[in-house]
Design a binder for this molecule. Structure first.
Ligand code: BTN
Length: 265
């Protein structure tokens, strides 16, 4: 059985962050992000949520397909950020941090892998794909799409939240509707931290959940270590000294997608 819209609406109505959201639930869509753009073209307001029980062409990062069989959470939230285009990176970081924090508040130890992955026990629990429409250097519309493994089949590098909670005998989240509501609560509260003046407060909290700190990486043949995320949302890597007698330390900043940070599994 698919997600029960009435049950979800009742849970959303009880939480201040989500009480004003409008929800559309579908059995099957090509992609909730794609449907969100159609809804925007038809005048959908900020705060519209599109959810599908399954997707036939789920979109992942870097043009990849997001496997979307029944049992998983697939949702998109429409927002109108009016944020300068250069600050668009904040939307994904804020959503990731907000969702991880909302799940963490319920005792689920979700961590963040730069820049859009939700991690549980070293495995991928979910991901975020933010798409934007820009006019005159300003993001006028954004669609924040989130996929989270609940009871759907997952690859070896993935983890499903329902079986994890069952193993812990935890009832922190007891339905797909509850997971959808907590996810939306997280996106909305993360979004409240986005600002044209920067995301320093959010970044400090993001770093506490950041799994890649201290990870060894190789960038274009040079070895280094991950030391954080810049206030532009880039990965900060301190390169190993190249000159044995000289105390030289160089730091580089990498844009999302320019280096693969891998998984345990
Ligand atoms: C990633 O590659 O890690 C991001 C995946 C994002 C998938 C979600 S599922 C709901 C929404 N609709 C889509 O087509 N993609 C996003």
């Amino acid at each position: 059985m698919g997600l029960d819209r009435q049950k979800l609406v009742a849970i959303l109505a009880a939480m201040p962050e989500t009480a004003d959201l409008t929800v559309e639930v579908y059995e099957t869509l090509p992609s909730t992000n794609q449907q969100a753009w159609k809804a925007i073209a038809q005048g959908a307001r900020s705060g519209t949520v599109l959810i599908a029980d399954r997707q036939t062409s789920g979109r992942g990062q870097w043009g990849r397909q997001w496997s979307s069989s029944a049992g998983g959470l697939y949702l998109s939230l429409v927002i109108a950020p009016n944020l300068p285009v250069n600050y668009g990176y904040q939307l994904t970081l804020a959503a990731a941090w907000g969702i991880a924090t909302a799940l963490g508040d319920r005792g689920i130890p979700v961590r963040l892998k730069w820049h859009n992955d939700l991690i549980l026990m070293g495995r991928k629990l979910g991901g975020i794909l933010t798409e934007t429409k820009v006019r005159q250097e300003t993001i006028i519309h954004a669609v924040v799409g989130v996929g989270i493994n609940w009871a759907n089949p997952v690859p070896t590098t993935g983890i499903g939240l329902q079986s994890f909670l069952n193993q812990q005998s935890s009832t922190a989240i007891d339905s797909l509707e509850m997971l959808a509501a907590v996810t939306l609560q997280g996106i909305v509260s993360g979004y409240q931290h986005c600002s044209p003046t920067g995301i320093n407060t959010l970044l400090r909290s993001y770093h506490k959940l950041f799994v890649n700190l201290g990870q060894r990486v190789t960038v274009e043949g040079q070895n280094g270590v991950v030391v954080g995320i810049s206030d532009r949302g880039e990965l900060r890597v301190r390169l190993d000294s190249q000159l044995s007698n000289v105390d030289s330390v160089a730091e580089i900043c990498l844009a999302p997608g320019s280096v693969s940070l891998g998984y345990d599994g």
